[in-house]
Every structure is written in C-alpha cells, then in structure tokens.
Design a protein around this ligand. Structure first.
Ligand code: HEC
Ligand code: HEC
Ligand code: HEC
Ligand code: HEC
Ligand code: HEC
Length: 396
C-alpha cells in the first residue's frame, strides 16, 4: 500500500518551468577552470557563488524561518526560493501531495529530495545559469521571474557576448542580453521579489532609471582588454578580447560603499537640513528588503562632542497579526525609506544649544536590528556598518 502511495505522489510533484539536465562535463565551474581559470576565481568570490542553503547564513535562516512559520516543508520552501537562488534545480515546484509525503517522512529518495541534494544547485548561480540562458520571456507578466521567465539552451551550448567565438569544448552562441542588453539578463532575478502574501518588497526593474551605464558597467567593472580564455587559440597565443570581471561586487563588499551616496548639510533657523543624494540608477538601499542606511549626527562645541544621534533609514515589515516579521512573510511594510534612483531624500534635525558645528556620517548595513534578531544571525557581516560618506557644517 505504502509503495503504491509513494508512486502516485511522486508523479504528482512534477510540474513548473521546463528543466534541461546539464551533463556532468559542464555542471560545475570546476570543469571550466582549464580554459577560464581567472573568471572562475573571480566568480568564486561573488555572492552569486554563495547563493545556497549551505553557504549563506541569512538565506538559510530565512528559509528555516519561513518553513517554521508557514508550516510548509523545508524542501518545499527551498524549491520555491530556487526559482532565483538555485536555478538549475530539476524540480521547479512542489504541491500538496509532496507536503503530505514530507509530513509522513516518506520523502527520502523522492524526486524533490534528490533535487535539493543534487550537485546541480550547490554552486548557486554558476556559469551554466547565466551562460545557458537561451531566451528571456519579456512578454510574461512582471511577477514571473527566475526559471519561469527563461528557456535554457541545450546542455553544452554557451551563450555569450561575442559573435565570432569558437571553442573545442562547447558550442558558442551570441546573445544581445549578454552584451548590449545585459540589464535584461540581470532583471530575470533582480526584480519583483515578493513575500508569501504577495507584497513586492523590492522591484529594481520598476524603480530603475535608464542610464548611460548598465548593471554590468558598475557590477562587473568597465570593459578592459584581457583574455576570455587562457587557451592559446590565436596563433599560439591567448586571444586578446574586451572582457569584464566576474566578481559581481555589491552590497556585501564594504569597499563598494565609499561615495555611493552624497550628503549635503545646511542650516535653516534652528534646524540642520540633511540632503542625501543618490546618483545611482536604482534606489539605495534596494536589492533585498531590510537593508539599512544609518545616519550618525554629532553636535560639537570646538572638539568636544555635546550630543550624538543615530537615525535608521530602513523598511519595517509586519505580519497578518501586525507583528514585526521578515520581508518574505510580510503583508505590509512601512513607507519606503530608500533614497530614490537619481533622487534625494531630505531630513531635518534640530540644532543643539551651544554647538558650533555638526558632523553627519552615513553608513550602510546589510540587515536591520529587527530582522537580525528575529533570525538570530550570528556572523559579523550582517551587523557591520560600511562607511559611505561624511560632511561637517559650521553652525551660525
Ligand atoms: C550572473 C550571470 C553570470 C554568471 C554567473 C557568469 N557569467 Fe560569464 N558573463 C556574464 C555577462 C553578462 C558577460 C558579458 C560581459 C560583457 O559585457 O562583456 C559574461 C562574459 C563571459 C565571458 C566572455 C569574457 C568576458 O569577461 O566578457 C566568459 C568566457 C564567461 N563569461 C565565462 C563564465 C564562466 C566560466 C562563469 C562561471 C565561473 C561565468 N561566466 C559566470 C554573466 C555571467
Ligand atoms: C578546453 C577549453 C575550454 C573549456 C574547458 C571551456 N571553454 Fe569556454 N571557451 C573556450 C574557448 C576557446 C572560447 C572562445 C574564446 C574566444 O574566442 O576568445 C570559449 C568561450 C566561452 C564563452 C564566451 C562565448 C561567447 O560567444 O561570448 C563562454 C560564456 C564560455 N566559454 C563558457 C564556458 C563554461 C561555462 C565552461 C565550463 C562549463 C567552459 N566555457 C569550458 C574554451 C573552453
Ligand atoms: C538567476 C538569477 C540571477 C541573475 C540572472 C542575476 N542575479 Fe545577481 N543575484 C541573484 C541572487 C539570488 C543574489 C543573492 C545571492 C546571495 O546573497 O546569496 C544576487 C546577488 C547579486 C549582487 C549582490 C552582491 C553583493 O555583494 O551584495 C549583485 C551586485 C548582483 N547580483 C548583480 C547581478 C548582475 C549585474 C546581473 C546581470 C549580469 C545579475 N546579478 C544576474 C540572482 C541573480
Ligand atoms: C552607475 C552605477 C550602477 C549601475 C548602472 C547599477 N548599480 Fe547597482 N549599485 C551601485 C552602487 C554604487 C551600489 C552601492 C554599493 C554597492 O553595493 O556596490 C549598488 C548596489 C547594488 C546592489 C545592492 C543593493 C542594496 O541595497 O543592498 C544590488 C543588488 C545591485 N546594485 C544590483 C544592480 C543591478 C541588477 C543593476 C542593473 C539593473 C545595477 N545594480 C545597476 C551602482 C550601480
Ligand atoms: C524573484 C527572484 C527571487 C526569489 C523567488 C527569491 N529571491 Fe532571495 N534574492 C533575490 C535577489 C536578486 C537577491 C539579491 C538582492 C541583493 O543582494 O540586494 C536576493 C537576496 C536574498 C537574501 C539576502 C541574502 C544576503 O546574503 O544578503 C535573502 C535572505 C533571500 N534572498 C531569501 C530568499 C528566500 C528565503 C526565498 C524563498 C522564500 C527567496 N529569497 C526567493 C531574488 C529572489
């Protein structure tokens, strides 16, 4: 009886986006090293490479929390998040039958549990995610993202920026979204991230201001001359090409924050006016919900500090019962505190009696206090403050 039941349930779990199995010789970045070593090394430092339950504490804690609060199986939640975080997964959605099987602990060896443990996903967003995208369905509703928005190439066909490349190891095809329209590639996942209750807590595509520069210009660096492959394909030498770096440096890289925003101070009667300007084409913070900007203001008389004050710019999320929660479970959020793309935010703070100057320092933090404590995050990186900029104003 049990065996028949399992048979029926397994058939029931398989639906969703089209899956193309990647053969062993392309599956892991290891296989690309012999000819693309510098690129593999750069990518290994990126957070795309860490996008996996085992490698990103914040991601893991969020999955655990969602599973606990919604009583959905851990694997069910993992499959859901895999849409953007682990796109080469072989099962792209689960259903109620799987949930029953999981509660009854009958899911060992099932298709879902094998998919979760497979080597196909433990490198997160690796080479055969971006370079195996054949087409992007721009016509689909904007809420359809990640694996549900794309078609994969046949295993062994790499799409890339060049139109004249040849490789002895794999087929090569040019795509515009690997070159002049690369924002389109990034928006496959960097858009319309929403909670279980349908609250969109980030939408980089919606807020984006078309600019001279694309995502790759700032997050893969400007184009420079180098080699795409170390293989000697150009008369006994490696071929010179225009290339970019694959580090995808962003919010987790403290050095990237220096001067990402500007502040201006002025005095207006008994107030200090702080104008925070964002020259970037997307909001800041953007990306994931619960990121935070911290403005520290210090009032001084000569060198002596009279008073200081810290202002947090972040979004707070609430559950159905109006309790603080994490972005993924939210039904509502406070008014967006981010600095709009190519825009400004103005804050007014009172001056302090006796102060002759005021200094404002601006920092960024990956996770605000509320969410960090709900998830009990341990690693220092989540609470560290990355310095952005500072200004001093002499008071009249
Ligand atoms: C998040 C998406 C993404 C991932 C992951 C990724 N790439 Fe790329 N790759 C790109 C984009 C976009 C370009 C085009 C850059 C440009 O404008 O020249 C590119 C370019 C390349 C090129 C051409 C040379 C160059 O730098 O422009 C090679 C070769 C390449 N990638 C190999 C790899 C390998 C190997 C991996 C895995 C270690 C990998 N890529 C992972 C997006 C990605
Ligand atoms: C035996 C060597 C070899 C191996 C192994 C190899 N490649 Fe390549 N690859 C090449 C060569 C040669 C080119 C062409 C480079 C050029 O024309 O400058 C290339 C080009 C590329 C391009 C750019 C294509 C374009 O049109 O822009 C991508 C992307 C790429 N490889 C991805 C990968 C990935 C991912 C792997 C690992 C799964 C891999 N390669 C493994 C040799 C190799
Ligand atoms: C398949 C989905 C997907 C695609 C396509 C994709 N990303 Fe990402 N990206 C993610 C996810 C998921 C993360 C978060 C990973 C984590 O922190 O565990 C991320 C993180 C990042 C970060 C943050 C890194 C940091 O240090 O904070 C940057 C920057 C980034 N991506 C840039 C890009 C750019 C540029 C492109 C297009 C060339 C791109 N991504 C394409 C899913 C994607
Ligand atoms: C003109 C340069 C520029 C362009 C273009 C740009 N960014 Fe950014 N981005 C930045 C800067 C500066 C930051 C803040 C410092 C950092 O994280 O690198 C940032 C931050 C981010 C972050 C972290 C955000 C946060 O609040 O934690 C992500 C994710 C990101 N960018 C993705 C993208 C994607 C995807 C695109 C294309 C749609 C893009 N960026 C286009 C400059 C740019
Ligand atoms: C629509 C695509 C998409 C889906 C679906 C998605 N994410 Fe993400 N997620 C992203 C992108 C893109 C980023 C990177 C944004 C950034 O760095 O600011 C990200 C970042 C994160 C981060 C921050 C990681 C870090 O290191 O700072 C957490 C946590 C996270 N996601 C959890 C989840 C969970 C849990 C699920 C499933 C319930 C999920 N995500 C589903 C696209 C997605």
């Amino acid at each position: 009886m049990k065996i028949i039941l399992i048979g029926l349930l397994v058939v029931g779990t398989l639906f969703g986006a089209d899956v193309v199995k990647v053969s062993e010789q392309f599956l892991q970045s290891q296989k690309c090293k012999s000819c693309h070593l510098p690129i593999v090394k750069e990518w290994e430092q990126s957070w795309h490479a860490k996008s996996h339950y085992a490698n990103d504490e914040y991601f893991r804690a969020t999955i655990d929390y969602v599973s606990r609060k919604t009583r959905k199986s851990l694997n069910g939640v993992k499959v859901e998040c895999a849409t953007c975080h682990n796109p080469r997964i072989s099962v792209t959605s689960t259903d109620i039958d799987y949930e029953i099987m999981s509660v009854m602990e009958l899911d060992k060896g099932s298709e879902v549990s094998n998919a979760i443990q497979s080597d196909a996903i433990n490198e997160g967003i690796n080479c055969v995610v971006c370079h195996n995208i054949d087409s992007i369905h721009e016509e689909r509703d904007e809420s359809v993202r990640g694996i549900h928005r794309i078609e994969w190439t046949k295993s062994g066909t790499m799409t890339g920026p060049y139109d004249d490349a040849k490789s002895p190891y794999h087929k090569v095809e040019h795509r515009d979204f690997m070159e002049k329209d690369s924002d389109q590639l990034c928006f496959v996942c960097h858009a319309n991230d929403k909670s279980h209750k349908g609250l969109v807590f980030t939408n980089m595509q919606g807020e984006y201001k078309k600019s001279e520069k694309g995502c790759t210009d700032c997050h893969m660096g400007s184009q420079k001359m180098g080699v795409a492959t170390t293989l000697k394909i150009d008369n006994g030498k490696a071929k010179e090409r225009k290339i970019r770096t694959h580090k995808f440096a962003g919010g987790h890289v403290a050095g990237m924050w220096k001067d990402a925003l500007n502040i201006e101070l002025s005095q207006s009667g008994d107030s200090v006016v702080v104008t925070i300007a964002n020259p970037q084409p997307h909001n800041i913070p953007s990306g994931f919900g619960a990121r935070e900007l911290i403005l520290e203001i210090s009032y001084k008389s000569g060198l002596k500090e009279l008073k200081n004050q810290s202002i947090s710019l972040t979004n707070h999320y609430t559950s159905k019962r109006n309790k603080p929660t994490i972005p993924h479970l939210a039904v509502a959020s406070t008014k967006d505190a981010s600095i709009p793309a190519n825009g400004t935010k103005i804050l007014k703070v009172p001056t302090e009696a006796g102060a002759t100057s005021v200094e404002a320092k601006l920092y960024y933090r990956l996770v605000n206090d509320e969410v960090r404590s709900l998830l009990e995050l341990k690693d220092d990186i989540w609470s560290q403050k990355s310095f952005i900029t500072s200004q001093i104003l002499k008071l009249k």
